[in-house]
Design a protein around this ligand. Structure first.
Ligand code: AMP
Length: 375
């Protein structure tokens, strides 16, 4: 079967890596000539709404995305010519933080207090209600911590207002979370739905750095998170994988945002689950039976940000699985990741202790923090 992917980054690359053994054949559209998924499929270098791109994707039996900011109008146009998953509606909702939060509320998915902000008086009014500290975010195109500023005191207002530039904003209460976690669910066209174990996630400067799954000491949260993910996927009549990012605070879960695609917090599933998120996304999109989402023991995933670390040193770490996305080094960019998988938490800790001395100071300190916290 021919599958088209809008977006040719690492997510498309890992989708193709999972799909080639399934007998799938990939056409990938990306505006960038050096899109890293191009190594595993036919790369069409074009804008999303370019005629050549639409033509190439229309020739595929299924089309999906590795990027949630593809214009929903492009998916709408494509869906008159072929089968597109996820839908334009799911993408459009995920593209606007305000619409997303309102949808969560309508589904009884708990969220931090929030308000729409499009002028300075509205910002002051929203702060009056929500209070400090708060987070001011652009409604659209924010990712990896871009397009947001934490407001701790009145002095933070003007610099944040200037820095965000775009004034279609949302103000959210700052959540004093105990930890962050994420649930990935996969749903097929026939409505079969499966959930992966919760991933415990660690962000630094808004970028995901570590994920551990199944999240330690979160057994009571699993059923609750599954209920929230299910409500969302069923409401959107969603087909494929989606991830709901959550804050855990005082034993409760609050939703931050959802991603209508495979997600970094579930990269551990490649080695650490019976069937990975990438394979299951493709199975769902192709309307094939879904695979088991159960974990094989416990896993840790660590992102390589900016540039790949020295391979020789890391590959010598026991149990380490190496993923190099083949991307140019650039500050703040996700260029690869590694996964450790072991039978249980204690055995994983031994692998993590072996990895820590091979890491840069910042990654090592995040890993030590997670180890202490999850012990
Ligand atoms: P986002 O781009 O919304 O996924 O935010 C990236 C990261 O910023 C999150 O994973 C959190 O670590 C932090 N963050 C975002 N919103 C909030 C919030 N309302 N309260 C506390 N931390 C937040």
């Amino acid at each position: 079967m021919k599958v088209g992917i809008l977006g040719g980054g690492q997510l498309a690359r890992m989708l193709a890596a999972a799909g080639i053994p399934l007998g799938l054949d990939f056409t990938i559209v990306d505006p960038k000539r050096d899109a890293c998924a191009g190594a595993l499929g036919r790369l069409v270098t074009a804008d999303w709404n370019d005629d050549a791109a639409i033509e190439a994707l229309s020739g595929c039996e299924r089309v999906t995305c590795d990027f949630e900011n593809v214009p929903a109008t492009v998916l709408d146009a494509l869906s008159t010519r072929t089968t597109v998953h996820p839908s334009a509606r799911a993408l459009a909702t995920g593209q606007d933080r305000l619409a997303e939060k309102r949808m969560f509320e309508s589904l009884d998915i708990p969220v931090p207090p929030f308000a729409a902000v499009s002028s300075r008086p509205e910002l002051l009014e929203a702060l009056e209600r929500i209070g400090f500290p708060a987070v001011l975010k652009t409604r659209r195109m924010g990712y990896d911590g871009k397009g947001q500023a934490v407001l701790r005191t009145p002095e933070d207002l003007e610099p944040a207002w200037q820095a965000l530039g775009d004034h279609e904003l949302i103000l959210e209460g700052f959540v004093p979370f105990d930890f962050e976690c994420a649930i990935t669910v996969v749903r097929s066209a026939s409505g079969d739905l499966r959930c992966y174990p919760l991933s415990r996630t660690v962000h630094h400067d808004g970028i995901l750095r570590l994920a551990m799954a199944p999240a330690p000491r979160a057994d009571q949260l699993q059923a609750r998170a599954e209920g929230l993910g299910r409500a969302l996927a069923e409401h959107l009549d969603y087909v494929g994988c989606l991830t709901l990012e959550l804050f855990a605070v005082d034993g409760r879960l609050l939703a931050n945002e959802f991603a209508p695609r495979v997600h970094n917090s579930a990269h551990w599933t490649i080695e650490g689950a019976q069937v990975s998120q990438f394979e299951n996304h493709l199975r769902a999109v192709c309307d094939w039976p879904l695979g088991e989402t159960a974990a094989r023991g416990r896993s840790l995933m660590i992102n390589w940000i900016g540039e790949m670390p020295a391979r020789e040193k890391l590959l010598a770490c026991r149990g380490l699985h190496w993923h190099d996305y083949g991307k140019q080094a650039r500050s703040g960019r996700k260029v690869g990741h590694a996964t450790l998988t072991e039978a249980d938490g204690q055995a994983l800790e031994e692998l993590m202790a072996g990895l820590a001395p091979c890491l840069d100071a910042q990654s090592a300190s995040l890993l030590t923090g997670l180890m202490n916290d999850s012990a």
